[in-house]
Design a protein around this ligand. Sequence first.
Ligand code: 5GP
Ligand code: ZN
Length: 158
Amino acid sequence: MSACIFCGIVAGTAPATKVHEDDTLCAFLDIRPITRGHMLVIPKLHATNLDDLDAALGARLFALGHRMAKALRRSTLGADGANLILNDGKSAFQTVHHVHLHVVPRHTGDIRSFATGMLFRGRVGSQPDPATTAAAIRTGLDRLDLEESGAKDKEQHA
Ligand code: 5GP
Ligand code: ZN
C-alpha cells in the first residue's frame, strides 16, 4: 500500500516521531495533536478499517493503547487520564484509511485547552518539541516496566 501515509511511516519513508515499535505495532505522535503527547497506535500490516483487521491484532492494538495510556500517567507530561478513540469508517470521521487508535492525554480541568485542540487541530502549538515529548512518554513506559517487574518480583517472593 505505497499510497498509504501510515504504511510510509512504518516503512520509514515518511517522517514521524515514533514512541514505540515492535514486530506488529507502531506508536507515533499525531502530527496535528489535540493535546501534547497525542499518539496514534497502528498495526504495521495495512488494514483499512476494522472489517479488514485481524481480531488478534486488534486485541494487541488495544493492549498497546492501554499501555500507552498508563505510560502517559507515569510520564513527565503528568497526564491524569486519556481518551482512547478509534474512528472506523468515513461516516465515523476516519480520514486516514489505515486503522489507528488515538491515545489523547488528558489533565484534570483541561476542557478549555482540549476543546481548543479539537477546534484548531494543528494550529495550536501543543506538540512544539516532538523529540522531547516522545522522550517523556518513553520515560513513562520505562517507569511502567519497572513497576511491573517489581510487582512480579514481589509475587515470586511472596
Ligand atoms: P482520523 O480522523 O482518521 O481518526 O485521524 C487521522 C489522524 O492522523 C489525525 O489525527 C491526523 O492529525 C493524523 N495524521 C494525518 N496524517 C499524518 C501524518 O502524516 N503523520 C502523522 N504523524 N499523523 C498524521
Ligand atoms: Zn497503510
